[in-house]
Design a protein around this ligand. Structure first.
Ligand code: NAP
Length: 251
């Protein structure tokens, strides 16, 4: 039986973990796809391609050309466009589409969270004079750059592409972060509010524990809707789902 060809849509640690796990399997050929936005991405094992496909149609053409048998969408919970494209391209080509999606964070009783539906809504909800810790990623800073009546400390892995205004400070750091370090950051900088995305996962969860302990309010940007799909919560669960689907197809 020829190896089944799997496309992993990546850009997340979970996608990398899955590719690394599957790399030694002789019955599978794994190709990871990255959007190509990050200068120095940590690469998964196995084949890697980079850059957009050109919408759902372009992705459909790629799926045919590369003879893909199964698409695992392991993109970030906030990457809604690529997921919609992948769902549609797979439907058009009759290829199974599954999603690797870590669970969202849930509010605990002592949390002071307010849910918002977008990063722009979070920026609009901030009062003047706040000192805001923003951890929404370097591509979504514009709404905070536009408001100059509060102080912004924006943390990200790689520097932003926008010109950084005077009221904004950039902190470059790569997760995971410890709760003790997060508490120190909140205290040293007198953070009065945290803005973050409901990304889920352990690596960036400590800021929520720090906010809870210090009773700092959180503006939580909730996840956009993604298309319906069979879903696994972690790489191990996805290995089982991949095997189930490929066995079924071959049987
Ligand atoms: P998006 O809005 O859903 O996608 C925008 C476009 O980027 C897509 O239409 C597609 O271009 C291209 N693209 C996205 N992911 C791709 C992939 N894995 N392989 C090839 N092309 C891809 O995505 P985004 O929110 O800008 O995120 C971009 C990447 O960063 C994703 O891979 C995501 O997993 C990762 N990421 C995102 C966030 C976040 O908060 N959004 C956080 C961490 C990591 P074409 O239409 O030309 O195919």
């Amino acid at each position: 039986v020829p190896a089944s060809r799997i496309l992993i849509l990546g850009g997340t640690a979970d996608a990398r973990a899955l590719a690394d796990t599957l790399a030694d399997r002789s019955d599978l050929h794994v190709i990871s796809s990255l959007a190509g936005r990050t200068q120095a991405p940590v690469l998964p094992r196995g084949d890697v391609r980079s850059g957009g496909f050109g919408g759902a149609d372009g992705l459909g053409t790629y799926l045919s050309d590369a003879a893909i048998d199964l698409v695992v969408d392991a993109t970030h919970p906030f990457a809604a466009q690529i997921s919609a494209h992948a769902h549609d391209a797979c439907a058009a080509k009759g290829i199974p589409y599954v999603r690797l999606e870590r669970p969202a964070w849930h509010r605990q009783t002592s949390d002071r969270w307010q849910s918002v539906t977008s990063v722009a809504a979070a920026a609009a909800a901030l009062g003047p004079g706040e000192t805001v810790l923003v951890t929404v990623g370097r591509q979504e800073l514009a709404p905070f750059a536009a408001r100059t009546d509060f102080t912004v400390i924006a943390r990200m892995i790689e520097p932003p592409e926008i010109e950084v205004p005077a009221h904004m400070e950039i902190l470059l750091a790569r997760p995971p972060f410890s709760e003790a370090d997060e508490r120190t950051l909140f205290g040293d900088r007198s953070i009065t509010v945290l803005v973050c995305k409901n990304s889920g996962g352990e690596a960036t969860m400590a800021k929520l524990a720090a906010a809870r302990t210090l009773q700092v309010p959180v503006l939580m940007v909730e996840r956009p809707a993604k298309p319906p799909a069979r879903t696994a919560q972690d790489a191990a669960g996805m290995v089982d789902l991949v095997d189930e689907i490929l066995d079924h197809d071959q049987g």
